[in-house]
Design a protein. Structure first.
Lengths: 275, 547, 335
C-alpha cells in the first residue's frame, strides 16, 4: 500500500478527521475564548474578532465549536467503541458456537432491530436519568445490534471456510479459532463498518442533542448548538448552520474514508468494485 | 477443399487482450490469445482443448465477436462465410448472434433467465431475428426437445429453469442454440459440471443433434476423451497459443508435441495393487449418518483399509463419499455403527477425541484455496501442527518446515509466501505438507486433484504415491474419477445414494461380474478412443431391446 | 427444498406443500404479529424495569412520601405490572392509549389527528422520492463508471452524511427567509384546503426527499448492477437481442423484486426521518408529539407513540419481505 494509491477523496476525509481530532485534543489552547463565557451581544454577526459571530447568549461560536468537537468526538467514539466490542464479541460467539446460543442471540437481536433506533432511544431516554454515561450506553447498545448483524454474517462467511474446519480438526480451541483464524480475515470489512458506525454515531448524537435529549447545556456540543441557535434562522441569522456544517463535514469525511476502505476490501477479494 | 470459400469459419492470427487490475499495482495488459488460426468446414466439429487459462473459451466467443469480462479482440480476422465479422458494426454483429452463430454455456442453470419459461427462451432468438413465426418456432422447439431426448417434450417448454434437472437444462440450452438453425454452435464445456453418468447422456444427445441438424460446432473442453467422441478435428491450446492442430485421430494416435503426448498418456497405472492384510488399520463398521435436519446420507456402510495402502472411494455427487470422510474425522458423528482405528474404537464426535487421535488422521481438501488461511504464510501454515502436536518452536520448527517443503518438492524459498502467491498445484502441495507435519498414519484425501489441470494433478498423485512408499502412509482417496482409481488404488469402494454398492481389492472390484450401478458408472467414463460413444450407445440399445 | 411426500400427512404440512407461496406469506405475517407483541412487551416492560420512579420524577424535588403515594395511586402505578400491561395492551388494540399525564387529555384523540398528518407528509415525500431515486439509480447504471455516475456517487455520499435538521434549516434559510417563496413554520390545521396544505409542507417534504433519496438511489444502483452482471444477461446479448429488449424482457423482471424491496425498506426509514423533520418545521405530527412527551416524561404518550412507530416500521418491513417472496419465480412456480 503506497501513499499514491490512496485516492484524493480519502485524503480529504483523513485530513478532516485529523483536524477535528486536533481541535478536540487541544481545545483550551486553540479556542480564543472559553466555552461558556459571554463576550458580546446576542447573535452578534461575524467580524475580525469573532470569526463565526456570537450565539443566542452572546458566546463565541468558534470557541464553542472547538470545545464542541471534544464532546461530540468523545461521546461518539466512546459509543462506537463500546457498541463495536459488544456487537463483535456476541456475534463471533454466536457464529462459532452455533446452535441454541446463536438462535437466542440472533432472535433477540431481530427483536431489538424491529424498533427504529431513534424511536427506541426516545422511549428509553424518557425513563432514564439524564447523564453522559447513560447516553453513551444507550447509543452503544442500540448501535451494537447493527454491528452484531454484520459481525455474525462476516464471521459465518469465514467460519464455514475449510481452513477453520481444518483448525477444528487439528483440535484447536475456540479462542485460537476466533482470534487467529477468523478475526484476521474479517478485519477489512470490520474496519469499514467501524467507520460507518462512527459516522452514524456522530449524526445520531447530534440528532439526540438537537431534540434536547443528548448532551445537556451549557456543555458545548454540535447538535445542541444547532438547537440553541435555531430560532435565529427566521430572522436570517445563520448561527445554527455553523455547527450543522461541522457535523455534516465530519460525517462526510468519515464516509469518504469508509468508501475507500470498502472499495479496497472488495478489490482485495478480487471481486467487483461496484455495489 | 482448399478453397477459402468452402470454409464456414476461418480464423486468422487471432489476438485477444485484456487489462487486469491486480490490487496495489498499476493495471497490466495481458495477452489471452496469441496468433491462433484455424478453419472449420460446414457440418464439421472442431474441438478446442486445453487447461484453464489456455484461452479456449475466449477463442470460442470470438466467433460471436464477443469479449467476456473486458477481453478485447485486438488483432486478426474471424471470417464467417468469407466476410470478417470483426469489421461489422453493432447491428451487423447482432444479426449474426443467435441467428447464424449460437452459444451453449457451461452453466445452463445460470444462463437461463429464472423469470421466464424455458420454451419462450428457446424460441426467442429465432422469432426476434424474424427467422420464423412463433408457431413454426414452437414446432421446431418441440422437434428439438424430442431429438435431445427430453422428457415430456410437449410440455417441457412450459416449465421454468429451476423446475428441471441440470442435465435437462444443458440439453434445453442446446435446443435453444439449435432452434434458429444456425450454421455454427459454440459449445463451452457443456458437460463439465455434470456427473459422469449424466454426462454420457447429454453428450450422446448433443452428438445426435449435431448430426441430425448438420450444424457445424466449436466444442470447448478440457477433457481429451470427450473431444475424441464428438469432434472431427482438434486444436490443443496452451497459454493462448496453438500447441498442435490436426485431425482427432492423428492427435490421439500419433501426437507430435511433448505437451500433447503428456496429455494423452495421463494417468497410466502408477501403483500395483498390494495384497489385502488380515489386520486392517481402519475399520468402518455399519456406519449410518444423517444431517441435523434428519436427512439420511449414509446407510450401513462397512469397509476397511490396510496399513500402507490406498482405499479409493468412488461415486457421483450426492453419493455420500465426502460425508463418509467427515464421519471418519468426527466432524459428523454417525447415528449408528462404529469406527475402529488400530484396533481401538474412535470416539464418534470430534470434540471428545484425544489430541493424539486427531493427529493420526489428517485431511486434505479439494480446494486448497479455502483450506489454508489466506493471512498466514507457508511457514505458519505448515508450522502450526508442529507447534500444536510436537511443541516445536523457533529454529527447530523452521528447520522441520524446510525439511517438509523439501519432501513436497518445493524449496524453502517459499517459507514466507502467502497462499495467494502460489499456483494451484503448489497450494495443494503445501496442504499435503501440513498434513505430513502431524506425522499421521492415515490421510483422507477428498478429491485433492479434481480442481487441478491434468498434468498438475498427475504430479500431485505421483507425489502422494512417493510419500506413501517412503513413510508407509495409508490413504482414503475420495474421487469421482475412475482413471485415478485405476492408477493408484489398492482397494476400491463404490458408493451410490449413501449406500456402499461394491467393495474389494481393485482387481476384483473393477472386473466383471458387475452390479448395475458400477456397470453404468464404468461404462459412462469416456475413453480416449474414437468411436467409444457409439459403441456404448449401441450396446445399451441392444441391452434394452433384449430386456 | 420440497418436502418429501411422507411428511405431508399433518394438516399444516399438507397446506404448505399445496400452497407454498401462501404458506410463506402467512408465516411472514404471523412472524410480524409475534414481533409486534414482543415489541409491546419490550416498550411497556422495559420502562418498568428501568430505574427511576415516575412519581418522584413527576413531582420533582419537593415530593413528600404522602404525595408520592397519592400520585402512584392516581396513575395506577400501585397495581402489578402484569395487570397494567394487559390493561394497556387491551386498550391499545381497541385504539385506547389512556390519558396523558401532562395534559390529562385522551392520548388516542391527539394521536389520531397527528398520525394522519405524519402519514400525509411521509406519503407525499415517498411519491416524489421513489420515482426520482429509481430513475437516478438507472441513470447511474447506464453511465456506469463514467462522469455522471461518479458525480451522482459523490453527491449521494455527501447527502447520506447530512443530518436531517441541517438540510431542513438550510432550506428554511434559503427559501423561506431569503427568497420568501415558502412558508415556515409548517402549521397545518383541520379544514385546510388540499393545495394550501401541500404548499405548507413543501419544505418538510423536500427535506425528507433529500434524506431518503441518496440511500434509495445507491441501493437501487447496486440491485440493478447485480442483475446486469448475471449470466442470463450475457445469454441475451449472445442471442443478438437489442439492448432495449434485453433490459425490458430479461433484466426488468429480475430487478423488480430487489428494487421493490429497496423502496419498502427506505419507506420504513422515512417514518423515522419524519420525527426530526417535524421538530424542525414545527409540524403537528406524531414525531413532534413524541419528542415533547419525552421531554416532560409523559409516559402514556411515549408508549403509544413508540408502539405506533414500531408497528408502522414492522408493517413496512413485512411488506418488503412479502413482495420479495411474491416476486421470486422459484417460489411462485414451485417444482
Amino acid at each position: 500500500m503506497r501513499a499514491r494509491d490512496i485516492p484524493i477523496t480519502a485524503w480529504i476525509g483523513m485530513a478532516g478527521i485529523v483536524l477535528a481530532v486536533i481541535c478536540a485534543i487541544f481545545a483550551p489552547l486553540l479556542a480564543p475564548y472559553s466555552e461558556t463565557e459571554v463576550v458580546g451581544a446576542v447573535w452578534q454577526p461575524a467580524d475580525q474578532q469573532f470569526f463565526f459571530g456570537l450565539d443566542n447568549l452572546g458566546r463565541d461560536i468558534l470557541s464553542r465549536l472547538i470545545y464542541g468537537a471534544r464532546t461530540t468526538l468523545f461521546v461518539a467514539l466512546a459509543a462506537t467503541v463500546i457498541s463495536f466490542s459488544l456487537g463483535i464479541m456476541l456475534s463471533f460467539i454466536a457464529a462459532v458456537t452455533g446452535g441454541i446460543v446463536d438462535t437466542v442471540f440472533s432472535r433477540f437481536n431481530d427483536l431489538m432491530m424491529s424498533i427504529p433506533t431513534l424511536i427506541f432511544a426516545l422511549v428509553v431516554l424518557a425513563v432514564l436519568p439524564q447523564h453522559l454515561i447513560v447516553l453513551i450506553l444507550v447509543m452503544a447498545i442500540l448501535d451494537s445490534t447493527r454491528v452484531y448483524r454484520l459481525g455474525r454474517a462476516v464471521a459465518l462467511d469465514v467460519a464455514v471456510m475449510e481452513f477453520v474446519e481444518a483448525a477444528k480438526l487439528r483440535g484447536e480451541g475456540t479462542t485460537w479459532i476466533i482470534f487467529r483464524e477468523i478475526l484476521p480475515n474479517t478485519l477489512s470489512p470490520l474496519l469499514a463498518e467501524f467507520g460507518l458506525r462512527f459516522a452514524f454515531s456522530i449524526l445520531f448524537l447530534s440528532t439526540l442533542s438537537f431534540l434536547g435529549l443528548g448532551i445537556q447545556p451549557p456543555t458545548a456540543d454540535w447538535g445542541g448548538m444547532v438547537k440553541e441557535n435555531k430560532d435565529g434562522i427566521i430572522f436570517g441569522i445563520s448561527a445554527a448552520l455553523v455547527p450543522g456544517s461541522a457535523i455534516a463535514a465530519l460525517a462526510v469525511c468519515v464516509n469518504l474514508v469508509v468508501d475507500w476502505l470498502l472499495k479496497r476490501t472488495s478489490s482485495l477479494k478480487g471481486g467487483r468494485g461496484d455495489a | 477443399m482448399l478453397e477459402t470459400s468452402n470454409h464456414l469459419l476461418s480464423v486468422r492470427n487471432l489476438k485477444i487482450e485484456a487489462t487486469s487490475y491486480p490490487p496495489g499495482e498499476p493495471p497490466k495488459r495481458i495477452t489471452i490469445v496469441d496468433g491462433v488460426s484455424f478453419d472449420l468446414q460446414r457440418g464439421k466439429v472442431l474441438g478446442l482443448i486445453g487447461e484453464s487459462g489456455a484461452g479456449k473459451s475466449t477463442i470460442g466467443l470470438s466467433a460471436l465477436a464477443y469479449g467476456r469480462g473486458g477481453a478485447e479482440i485486438t488483432g486478426g480476422e474471424v471470417s464467417l462465410n468469407g466476410s470478417d465479422i470483426l469489421t461489422l458494426g453493432k447491428g451487423g454483429i447482432r444479426s449474426i448472434r443467435g441467428a447464424k452463430v449460437c452459444y451453449v454455456a457451461q452453466s445452463a442453470a445460470a444462463a437461463f433467465n429464472p423469470a421466464h419459461k424455458l420454451g419462450d427462451q428457446v424460441i426467442e432468438a429465432s422469432v426476434k431475428h424474424g427467422l420464423m413465426t412463433k408457431e413454426d418456432a414452437r414446432k421446431r422447439a418441440l422437434y428439438l426437445f424430442r431429438v435431445l431426448g427430453l422428457p415430456n417434450p410437449e410440455t417441457f417448454g412450459d416449465r421454468f429453469p429451476h423446475q428441471v434437472s441440470g442435465g435437462q437444462l444443458q440439453r434445453a440450452m442446446t435446443a435453444m442454440a439449435l432452434c434458429s438453425n444456425p450454421e455454427l454452435i459454440v459449445f463451452d464445456e457443456p458437460t463439465t459440471a455434470l456427473d459422469v453418468t449424466t454426462q454420457i447422456d447429454v453428450l450422446a444427445a448433443i452428438k445426435h443433434a449435431i448430426e441430425e441438424t448438420g450444424t457445424a460446432a466449436l466444442y470447448i473442453t478440457h477433457d481429451l476423451a470427450v473431444v475424441a467422441q464428438i469432434s472431427d478435428d482438434m486444436m490443443v491450446l496452451r497459454h493462448g497459443k496453438t500447441v498442435e492442430y490436426g485431425s482427432v485421430q492423428q492427435i490421439i494416435e500419433a501426437p507430435t508435441q511433448d505437451y500433447t503426448r503428456a496429455l494423452v498418456n495421463v494417468r497410466q497405472e502408477i501403483r500395483h495393487e498390494a495384497p489385502d492384510q488380515s489386520k486392517p488399520l481402519l475399520k468402518v463398521d455399519n456406519i449410518s449418518a444423517q444431517y441435523s435436519n434428519g436427512f439420511k446420507v449414509l446407510h450401513g456402510v462397512s469397509l476397511h483399509l490396510c496399513k500402507g495402502q490406498t482405499l479409493a472411494i468412488v461415486g457421483e455427487s450426492g453419493s455420500g463419499k465426502s460425508t463418509l470422510a467427515r464421519v471418519i474425522t468426527g466432524l459428523l458423528p454417525p447415528s449408528d455403527g462404529k469406527i475402529t482405528f488400530e484396533d481401538k474404537p474412535l470416539t464418534p464426535s470430534l470434540k471428545s477425541r484425544p489430541r493424539d487421535d486427531l493427529r493420526r488422521i489428517q485431511l486434505i481438501y479439494q480446494m486448497a484455496d479455502t483450506a489454508m488461511n489466506p493471512r498466514q504464510t507457508v511457514r505458519d501454515i505448515i508450522g502450526r501442527p508442529l507447534t500444536f502436536y510436537y511443541g516445536l518452536r523457533g529454529s527447530a520448527k523452521t528447520a522441520r518446515v524446510a525439511e517438509l517443503l523439501d519432501q513436497i518438492e518445493m524449496g524453502n524459498g517459499f517459507l514466507n509466501r502467502y497462499p495467494a502467491e502460489l499456483s494451484g498445484g503448489q497450494k495443494q502441495r503445501v496442504a499435503i505438507a501440513r498434513a505430513l507435519a502431524a506425522k499421521p498414519e492415515l490421510i483422507l484425501c477428498d478429491e485433492p486433484t479434481s480442481a487441478l489441470d491434468p498434468l498438475v494433478a498427475e504430479g500431485i498423485l505421483k507425489l502422494l504415491m512417493k510419500l506413501q512408499e517412503e513413510q508407509q502412509l495409508s490413504y482414503v482417496f475420495i474421487t469421482h474419477d475412475i482413471a485415478i482409481v485405476r492408477a493408484i488404488a489398492d482397494s476400491v469402494a463404490v458408493m451410490h445414494r449413501g449406500k456402499l454398492v461394491r467393495f474389494g481389492p481393485k482387481s476384483q472390484a473393477l472386473s466383471p461380474p458387475f452390479d448395475d450401478y458400477t456397470d453404468l458408472l464404468l461404462k459412462s467414463v469416456p475413453e480416449m478412443e474414437i468411436g467409444w460413444l457409439e459403441r456404448v450407445l449401441t450396446t445399451r440399445r441392444m441391452e434394452s431391446a433384449g430386456n | 427444498m420440497s418436502n418429501p411426500p411422507e411428511t405431508g400427512t399433518l394438516p399444516g404440512l399438507r397446506f404448505r406443500s399445496r400452497f407454498p407461496l401462501l404458506a410463506l406469506i402467512l408465516e411472514r405475517f404471523l412472524l410480524s404479529l409475534a414481533l409486534l407483541l414482543a415489541v409491546s412487551v419490550l416498550i411497556f416492560g422495559g420502562i418498568e424495569a428501568l430505574p427511576g420512579d415516575f412519581a418522584s420524577t413527576y413531582l420533582g424535588q419537593s415530593a413528600t412520601p404522602q404525595a408520592i403515594a397519592n400520585i402512584r395511586a392516581d396513575l395506577g402505578l400501585d397495581r402489578s405490572v402484569v395487570t397494567r400491561y394487559f390493561e394497556w395492551l387491551g386498550g391499545a388494540v381497541q385504539g385506547d392509549f389512556g390519558t396523558s399525564w401532562a395534559s390529562k387529555n385522551s392520548v388516542s384523540e391527539q394521536v389520531g389527528n397527528r398520525l394522519g398528518n405524519s402519514l400525509f407528509l411521509a406519503a407525499f415525500a415517498a411519491i416524489i422520492a421513489v420515482p426520482l431515486a429509481v430513475g437516478l439509480g438507472m441513470l447511474s447504471v447506464h453511465f456506469r463508471n463514467r462522469m455522471p455516475d461518479k458525480i451522482i456517487n459523490v453527491i449521494s455520499l455527501a447527502a447520506i452524511s447530512l443530518p436531517e435538521f441541517f438540510i431542513g434549516y438550510l432550506l428554511i434559510l434559503w427559501f423561506a427567509v431569503n427568497f420568501g417563496i415558502a412558508t415556515f413554520p409548517a402549521t397545518v390545521f383541520d379544514g385546510m384546503g388540499f393545495f394550501d396544505r401541500i404548499k405548507t409542507i413543501a419544505l418538510p417534504t423536500a427535506t425528507l426527499v433529500l434524506v431518503v433519496l441518496a440511500h434509495m438511489m445507491r441501493m437501487t444502483r447496486a440491485a440493478i448492477l447485480s442483475v446486469m452482471s448475471s449470466a442470463y444477461m450475457e445469454t441475451a446479448e449472445l442471442k443478438g437481442l437489442s439492448a432495449w429488449r434485453a433490459i425490458v424482457k430479461h433484466a426488468a423482471p429480475n430487478a423488480l423484486a430487489p428494487i421493490i424491496n429497496v423502496v419498502a425498506l427506505n419507506l420504513a426509514y422515512l417514518v423515522v426521518g419524519v420525527v426530526v423533520v417535524e421538530v424542525v418545521f414545527v409540524y403537528p405530527g406524531m414525531g413532534q408529539y413524541m419528542v415533547d412527551a419525552v421531554t416532560v416524561r409523559d409516559m402514556p404518550v411515549v408508549q403509544a407513540c413508540g408502539l405506533i412507530f414500531a408497528a408502522v416500521y414492522i408493517f413496512l418491513n413485512m411488506l418488503a419481505d412479502i413482495l420479495a417472496i411474491v416476486a421470486n419465480p422459484r417460489l411462485r412456480h414451485p417444482r
